[in-house]
Write a protein that binds this ligand. Sequence first.
Ligand code: ADP
Length: 246
Amino acid sequence: MIEILNLHKSFGELQVLKGIDLEMEHGKVLVIIGPSGSGKTTLLRCFNLLEVPDQGSLSLSDIKINFTDNKKIPQKSILALRQKTGMVFQSYNLFPHMTALGNVMEGQVTVQKRSKDEAREHALQLLTKVGLEDKADAYPHQLSGGQQQRVAIARAMAVDPEVLLFDEPTSALDPELVGEVLKVIKQLAAEGMTMVIVTHEMKFAADVADRIILMDGGHILEQGTPQEVLEHPQHPRALQFLNRIS
Ligand code: ADP
């Protein structure tokens, strides 16, 4: 369903992705781990072209985009790709002047052109799914970080994406709020949602991932099942990273 080939990305002189190859199937969960600065977030942001790669190719269902230096990507391809992906950011990024319900309705009305009634109904279903039906009328500042992040997940799901992308979804949260967000993500995994997740939560990674990739210095160092990567890493640098964080 998703195929990435030989992806490269630099910021000025700094080469951040140095030839990434990966594949994933529909309904699977891919978790990206690795040391800080190894390129995890940049790779995730390439999935929906928040960062545009310099070289390589990216396919998502029927969309295929080739990247070559300085060639502009057609706006049509960018929009098509964005419609198939939903992003959940580390810092929630909710619209502060809209209620939880308004946040979850917004993309449905503006991007998908659903009627307000239809969008409201769908938004309420999603807020119920993330356990926040009683907070529909609350504004972001009236919600805890964990609740805001659950609204952000409902918002990302509202436009029916084919894949959900999570960029360290719990790293801005107080420790006691991490569990409620991870529980929602696990529930989505159990329902067969396709997801790519950057996280530092190793126990969560082991529980939720079908495959894990461990990045280091812009390369994929290890790739496999949680057991293969977390318990039997092949590369000394991977072992070093895993020992440091456990
Ligand atoms: P990770 O998620 O593994 O911590 P990132 O993908 O965030 O790594 O960053 C990899 C490297 O790219 C870091 O050195 C970071 O400073 C740099 N970087 C990320 N985004 C930008 C940007 N927009 N402009 C310049 N440098 C960036």
